[in-house]
Design a protein around this ligand. Structure first.
Ligand code: HEM
Length: 409
């Protein structure tokens, strides 16, 4: 093992994307690695024990770890992602009801309805780009569920902005500037909505997400400013549209390995859940997560000084053969008899979402993906010739074509 690799890692990240950390780990044949990122010492780790190490607040803090361009696009400045300690616990409480069964079935139900409403429109079109079409379906369904008013003609522009915010967070080019403009536009729009709810001009259903964010109070008893409330409302609506990526991946999997279609259609007990987990494991989404070392840390004999970066190799862990046999085979069956271990499968972070930063929308994401994968498998469509490659140097990646389908009547 070399003590510190001196490759210009930030450059390597841009050129290698998802393969960057896993390749470095493979070269060292290890599950931990010292490296330098933008000239700073860093420690990259993976594995269930490393998840415990990474999510221990005595070890790693999030404040100051997320680059400004990521906040200006993906999460929003002042978002829950950037908080630590009591401030984080208090803010996270707003998101914890998302873990409940009601939220999972309610959101999936509304999104399923929006899918059913969209299918006749798709049948009237020669071709549909599934990635974009699902963005619109999810935006419509999740807004209905969250109590956010959305006129028919607002759906498409909202969906486009939400997808742009996710698509543009990890690049310096035009996609990034599109993402920034999208965030500014939607933060302003949602902040105005929050002001209208607080003044009584708009009356959302009691206890819906919109109602709760307007009433939420932080540790000092103060309500959130309209902008921060808008940021957190968007942190419910926006990640739901990330399901566009996973539904496009599900369509990719059904095209490559059509045998899964029948099993999804048959309604076989547990199969759709196993399929959803395998899509989240197999296909790349979050490459890694990062925080700052609170103090001088040592993990498996490797050190990182206080203030150094600690990276959790999400993509590498989801493809680690020590955890998943034959990791580059798409096999939902692996999750049929045994659900994924909490700290083994980590596409949406690890550890307990109630205590740390793990995604509070994970059960919702699985529920929505299961529901839409079943509907996709039940839909009669053809896949015309197109570029189905999934470039690993694009973050977040997707099938290049967006998965174009021709629906059959
Ligand atoms: C495609 C689906 C999704 C993916 C891949 C995803 C992924 C992630 C990841 C990787 C994190 C960071 C975990 C960490 O920093 O430790 C996260 C956090 C978060 N996610 Fe998701 N997510 C998805 C869906 C959702 C949904 C549907 C919601 C809400 C409805 C949601 C809300 C959040 C929030 C609020 C956080 C911040 C939590 C915190 O900092 O405490 N996500 N998500």
């Amino acid at each position: 093992m070399s003590a510190h690799r001196l490759v210009p890692e930030s450059l390597a990240l841009l050129t290698e994307g998802y393969a960057w950390l896993p390749d470095l780990m493979r070269a060292e044949n290890d599950t931990a690695l010292n490296l330098r990122v933008l000239g700073h010492p860093a420690l990259a780790v993976r594995g269930p024990d490393a998840v415990g190490f990474f999510y221990d607040e005595e070890h790693v803090r999030r404040h100051g770890a997320l680059p400004g361009p990521v906040l200006s696009t993906l999460f929003g400045h002042g978002a829950v992602h950037t908080l630590d300690g009591d401030a984080h616990r208090q803010r996270k409480a707003f998101f914890l009801p998302l873990l409940e069964t009601d939220a999972v079935t309610g959101s999936a139900g509304h999104i399923a309805d929006a899918w059913d409403e969209a299918v006749p429109r798709w049948r009237a079109q020669p071709e549909v780009v599934l990635f974009d079409a699902v963005g619109r379906v999810v935006a419509r369904g999740v807004c209905r569920w969250a109590g956010v008013p959305l006129a028919e003609d607002e759906e498409e522009p909202l969906a486009r902005d939400l997808l742009a915010m996710v698509d543009g967070f990890a690049t310096a080019g035009p996609r990034h500037w599109r993402a920034r403009r999208a965030r500014t536009r939607q933060e302003q729009r949602f902040a105005a909505l929050i002001t209208e709810v607080r003044s009584g001009t708009v009356r959302p259903p009691a206890d819906c997400v919109l109602d709760r964010v307007c009433r939420y109070r932080d540790a000092s008893g103060a309500e959130l400013t309209p902008r921060i409330a808008a940021v957190e409302l968007l942190n419910v609506i926006r990640p739901a549209t990330a399901l566009s990526w996973f539904v496009a991946f599900a369509a990719h999997a059904l095209h490559r390995w059509p045998e899964h279609k029948e099993r999804l259609r048959s309604g076989e007990e547990g199969y759709a859940t196993a399929f959803a987990h395998e899509v989240r494991r197999f296909y790349p989404f979050a490459p890694f997560l990062g925080g700052r070392a609170v103090t001088d840390l040592t993990w498996q004999g490797r050190h990182v000084p206080a203030g150094g970066l600690v990276l959790l190799d999400v993509h590498g862990q989801n493809h680690d053969e020590r955890l998943f046999k034959d990791p580059y085979a798409f096999r939902p069956e692996r999750f049929l008899d045994q659900p994924p271990g909490r700290d083994e499968l980590i596409p949406q972070g690890g550890a307990d979402p109630r205590n740390g930063h793990r995604c509070p929308g994970e059960a919702m994401a699985v529920g929505i993906l299961e529901t839409l994968a079943r509907r996709l498998a039940a839909l009669d469509y053809q896949v015309p010739p197109q570029d189905l490659s999934i470039p690993l140097n694009r973050i977040p990646t997707r099938p290049r074509s967006g998965m174009t389908i021709r629906t059959l009547a």
